[in-house]
Write a protein that binds this ligand. Structure first.
Ligand SMILES: Cc1ncc(COP(=O)(O)O)c(C=O)c1O
Length: 403
């Protein structure tokens, strides 16, 4: 895809080999337009936001708020329903430690799934310790998708909050999150959708989805690190308490009391990550110019080719299935006789960047009965030729480890 030329890092060489970047589920690479916007901010507009009445601060504030509007448009939300955080992890923690801590009580059930990232398990385990909520884990079916039939059974009156991923960072499965959110809404259960993996592959419309909270990280969608997003339904954001206390989140501070600012500022204490938020706007523009249609066409071809070629390797165990055109360009696997870490290290020496380990999903790995996997995760700027390079390298590694 000619879009590759927009990503300068893709020209990098590692040990004399062309970089084959297959770790997009960990973080995506950045288009030149975003890199330029970041440096332009520091060269031309650097000032603090929402504080001073001077032309430079005005400009910085306008640019910062322009990104908020762009994110709101991207999700079909209202501008004051968008909160900037550092990442998805902080977004889930904020919701657990403000909304859930205030409105859930001992014995209430929070429904997660066995496929969740640690960032969507640990905050709930912390809350369980703190206020005595109970956790229930939705299983995956034999193909690696959240089990909807089980979900219907588990949706008892004790379930008061559902926090699930839209897609798995390990199995690549795009779950039927629409049905889960719809059934939850019918029972008036509050929901959070972890969109960290899906957000760079599928358009999301929060009005259509009817979710209460949705979180993601800019760095997984061709944006800068250090910027996360929470979409929260206005009525909920208004009723939940602030997260951190400090500047910008207050209306008044008295010696023995304070009142909070309006949303979304109530949740953005202190100087935010201004430059990265500003630069993120150009990543959104970049994605929108590409169009979902083109991105999905390119990614489907890559996903199908990757699966087809991997399945020809009889010395490999693959986790999950590429079903119903509902799959991200992600595949997790193990080579017989070789540890995942060794495989990733040897591939890395040849410039092929994959991830090995548990990918922050120990519960899922326990469920799969494996201690670690190798994960290749692609984006639209990858190519079939790069997939061929991976396949050839895996064959060579297998020969080396064969007993
Ligand atoms: C499904 C999912 N949720 C949450 C996260 C956490 O994202 P971050 O590290 O940007 O907070 C990740 C990161 O890989 C993820 O894949």
């Amino acid at each position: 895809m000619s879009v590759r030329k927009n990503f300068p890092i893709l020209k990098t060489k590692i040990n004399g080999h062309d970089l084959v970047y297959f770790d997009n589920a960990a973080t995506t690479q950045k288009p030149q337009a975003m890199i330029d916007a970041l440096s332009e901010f520091y060269q031309k507009y650097n000032a603090n936001v929402h504080r001073s009445l001077n032309p430079l601060a005005d400009l910085a504030t306008q640019k910062y708020e322009k990104t908020r509007q762009a994110v709101a448009d991207f999700l079909s939300a209202q501008k004051n329903e968008i909160i900037f955080t550092r990442n998805t992890t902080e977004g889930i923690n904020l919701v657990a430690k403000t909304f859930a801590r205030s409105f859930l009580k001992s014995g209430d059930v929070v429904l997660l799934s066995v496929a969740e990232h640690h960032s969507n398990i640990v905050p709930w385990l912390q809350l369980k310790k703190e206020i005595g909520i109970e956790l229930a884990y939705l299983p995956i079916d034999k193909n690696g998708y959240l089990d909807i039939e089980q979900f219907k059974i588990m949706l008892t009156d004790k379930v008061k909050f559902i926090s699930i991923q839209a897609a798995s960072n390990v199995l690549g499965s795009i779950h039927d999150y629409q049905t889960i959110l719809k059934l939850a809404k019918a029972k008036n259960i509050t929901t959070l959708l972890d969109a960290a993996q899906i957000v760079s592959h599928v358009g999301l419309d929060v009005k259509e989805l009817a979710c209460d909270f949705l979180v993601f990280s800019a760095h997984k969608m061709f944006g800068p690190t250090g910027v996360g997003v929470i979409y929260g339904r206005k009525e909920l954001l208004q009723m939940m308490p602030a997260f951190l206390g400090g500047g910008d989140m207050i209306e008044q501070v008295l010696k023995d009391n304070f009142t909070t600012n309006a949303i979304p500022h109530k949740f953005e204490a202190g100087t935010p990550n201004i430059a990265d938020v500003v630069a993120f706007q150009s990543s959104l523009e970049f994605l929108q110019n590409l169009t979902w249609e083109n991105i999905q066409k390119e990614e489907k071809e890559l996903t199908d080719y990757l699966w087809q070629e991997m399945q020809k390797l009889d010395f490999i165990d693959i986790y999950g299935k590429n079903l119903l055109n509902k799959h991200l360009p992600i595949i997790s696997f193990n080579l017989k006789n070789a540890h995942a870490h060794d495989v990733a290290e040897i591939l890395g020496e040849q410039g092929i960047i994959v991830r090995a380990g548990q990918h922050c999903t120990q519960v899922l790995h326990d469920t799969l009965g494996v201690s670690a996997t190798v994960r290749a995760s692609l984006a639209f700027y990858n190519t079939k030729k790069e997939i061929d390079i991976l396949i050839k390298a895996l064959k060579e590694i297998y020969q080396k480890f064969k007993v």
